[in-house]
Design a protein around this ligand. Structure first.
Ligand SMILES: Cc1cc2nc3c(=O)[nH]c(=O)nc-3n(C[C@H](O)[C@H](O)[C@H](O)COP(=O)(O)O)c2cc1C
Length: 173
């Protein structure tokens, strides 16, 4: 588990290898396995595995999401406001982020690469995704994640510096 977490890095180039249905389901199940405030589970997932929709969704998210066009799978995580915790509905944002991170780590452990493509709170991106998928007002696009088998020399060789001691405070600021 720790290796999966430490070794994950964003992958933006993928091979042509398809991702089978069973693997997609494992990734989705990981997303659904995260903690959510009061167990509200206020998310839903739009799975993109058709080239046309990968391209349209990439364009809806803009320039920084163009790698999705080459990916074999995209998952658009959406918040479902009707399921959100009524006393603190904004927890939906946290819950969706946790689902996303679980999926990214599941992908890593299955030998897939992925990259998070931020959507919410950039409302131009949110609105373009909403329009593309004809979403009701209560369904809010949160994040798009691109997945594929890695073919990315740059990421593969990237050294990660994950330890930043000055970010840590013990018992006082
Ligand atoms: C909220 C969020 C939004 C991001 N949006 C993008 C994006 O639009 N395009 C992209 O290529 N990478 C995006 N990333 C990936 C980051 O650039 C990447 O995680 C960061 O540079 C650290 O690199 P690593 O993931 O390889 O550790 C995003 C990551 C997060 C968490």
């Amino acid at each position: 588990m720790l290796n999966t977490i430490y070794e994950r890095k964003s992958v933006r180039k993928y091979t042509d290898q398809k991702i089978d249905a069973e693997t997609i389901e494992k990734i989705l199940k990981a997303g659904m396995s995260g903690p959510t405030a009061v167990n509200a589970r206020p998310w839903c997932f739009i799975v993109l595995n058709e080239q046309e929709m990968l391209e349209k969704s990439a364009d809806a998210n803009g320039r920084a999401a163009q790698c999705l066009k080459q990916a074999k799978l995209g998952i658009l995580i959406c918040g479902d406001l009707q399921r959100a915790f009524s006393r603190a509905p904004e927890y939906w944002v946290v819950d969706c982020a946790i689902a996303g991170q679980n999926m990214v780590l599941a992908a890593q452990s299955l030998g897939l690469g992925s990259v998070w493509l931020g959507t919410w709170p950039q409302m131009d991106k949110v609105e373009r995704q909403r329009e593309l998928f004809n979403l009701p007002e209560t369904i809010v696009p949160h994040s798009l994640i691109a997945f594929g088998y890695p073919d990315d020399e740059v990421s593969a060789n990237k050294e990660k510096n994950i330890w930043e001691e000055d970010r840590v405070h013990y018992n006082k600021w």
